[in-house]
Ligand binder design. Structure first.
Ligand SMILES: [Zn+2]
Length: 454
């Protein structure tokens, strides 16, 4: 039995450039011959090693013995949407089109796993138009009314969170102010929000910073002293000691990123208060729905497939106030994405699932006995050693195996039933065995939400 600690296998192996060999003029003919033989042997070894590494890792930095993505997909994509300016009606129009297979105003639904973000509060004094009816900020979907403790769309947000159409906290709310020094957010608002979320069992794992410098609730990397004070002990806005223990694992720190698809979406961060968390990168250009076709253009998607890269695309689904949330070109691009998923090209996953997949894949400990894989633990450098990873966190983990008949997967020695296994020969001709990905869910949850307060 061999134990793999695959965490160490991430990224390209570092190769040191050899020092140039200084030929000795006094080298005899005999030792020259010796040298040639030695060099040939070394070259052969290097070639074999290289060939071996390429064959086990696919040359893309994926942990040894694993497929980059669940079979048959060769890339994974999440659309990570900020809730800015989104009313409940816009939210439902968008997700009926993206997530269900029903007929919609924008054409047949696409059945994609795309989740949105949410706000607890509206603390902005900016005048703006939120939707096609001409409503302003007061119409935007938030848990509470303004910054008060009066419940507004709490039922709706909790309902859609539970059904997977919401998975990300877009910080605690919109606190953008016309006067950036007019700060509204305080720790008290975080305390109130967290107790309300816990009461409804809403436990998001993803946090995305929002807005201008008045948004002091935002998180900052390390000890950089900026307006982002959420993790700075001593600040009136400090809340990381409450928010992270409530379940946040992944944080977007407001850094724009122009690279579409990257291996290093996740990066380790230590906050100013010493807590560890995963930072993540999102592709940020063209982040409004009417530019979405530029984000999802064929060249971008082809490159991700070819290089086996995951990508997180930033969006603002409800940010506009056009008659329809998506224009014709964006709808066509989304249809193209759905077709790619249908033909086994790109797996579309909600942000929290994609991030969790990468976190677990890159830090998985497992052992092999023949073609049987036993998953031992997730050895996460940020959150520690987890000897009992849940089935959901292991969804999609896919291994290469020698023999399909005897291939199997256990978790902590407990064999997974056949219905949770995916066995296949992939595009490289090798046998793979994986933990089944989440079951597709294209149910239209809008109907049952009609009764909920909005
Ligand atoms: Zn925002």
């Amino acid at each position: 039995m061999m134990t793999y600690h695959v965490g160490a296998a991430i990224g390209r192996p570092r190769t040191r450039t050899p020092r140039p060999y200084r030929a000795n003029l006094a080298l005899s003919l005999l030792s020259l011959k010796h040298l040639i033989v030695t060099a040939a042997v070394l070259l052969l070894c290097a070639g074999l090693c290289l060939g071996f590494m390429v064959s086990v890792s696919g040359g893309n930095g994926t942990p040894e013995g694993m497929r980059a993505f669940p079979y048959p997909y060769r890339s994974m994509l999440a659309i990570c949407s900020d809730i800015d300016g989104t009313t409940p009606r816009e939210f439902e129009d968008v997700h009926k089109f993206l997530n269900t297979l029903d007929g919609t105003e924008m054409g047949p639904g696409l059945g994609l796993d795309v989740a949105d973000s949410f706000w607890m509060y509206m603390g902005s004094d900016a005048a703006g138009i939120a939707d096609r009816e001409g409503n302003g900020n007061e119409a935007v979907m938030t848990w509470f009314q303004g910054t008060t403790e009066t419940v507004k769309n709490a039922h709706l947000i909790a309902y859609y969170f539970e059904r997977g159409w919401i998975d990300t906290m877009h910080s605690y709310g919109d606190f953008s102010r016309l006067d950036k020094s007019d700060v509204v957010f305080t720790r008290m608002l975080a305390e109130r929000a967290l107790s309300a979320l816990a009461e409804r069992d809403v436990r998001p794992t993803v946090w995305v910073n929002h807005g201008n410098e008045a948004n002091v609730q935002n998180f900052e990397v390390g000890n950089r002293r900026t307006y982002r004070q959420g993790a700075r002990p001593g600040s009136d806005a400090y809340h990381a000691d409450l928010t992270l223990p409530a379940g946040i694992k992944f944080v977007w720190f407001s850094d724009n990123d122009r690279r579409f698809g990257r291996r290093d979406i996740l990066y380790p961060v230590t906050l100013a208060d010493g807590q560890k968390v995963w930072g993540f990168r999102r592709y940020t250009p063209d982040w409004s729905t009417y530019e979405l076709d530029r984000q999802l253009r064929e060249a971008h998607l082809d490159a991700c497939v070819k290089r086996e890269l995951p990508v997180i695309v930033t969006q603002h689904f409800g940010g506009g106030y056009e008659y329809q949330p998506f224009g014709a070109a964006a709808r066509q691009a989304l249809q193209g994405l759905a077709e790619r998923q249908n033909r086994g090209d790109i797996l579309v996953a909600r942000t929290s699932r994609l991030l969790e997949y990468l976190r677990v894949r890159d830090h998985l400990e497992f052992e092999r006995s023949g073609s049987h894989v036993n998953i031992l633990a997730v050895d996460d450098p940020q959150f520690g050693y987890d000897p009992n990873p849940s089935l959901d966190s292991l969804r999609g983990m896919t291994f290469y195996a020698e023999d399909m008949i005897s291939a199997g997967i256990s978790i902590g020695g407990e064999p997974l039933p056949e219905e949770l296994l995916v066995k296949a020969v992939d595009e490289t001709g090798r046998t793979t065995i994986g933990v089944a990905w989440f079951e597709a869910d294209a149910k239209n949850y809008v109907w049952a939400a009609a009764e909920l307060a909005r």
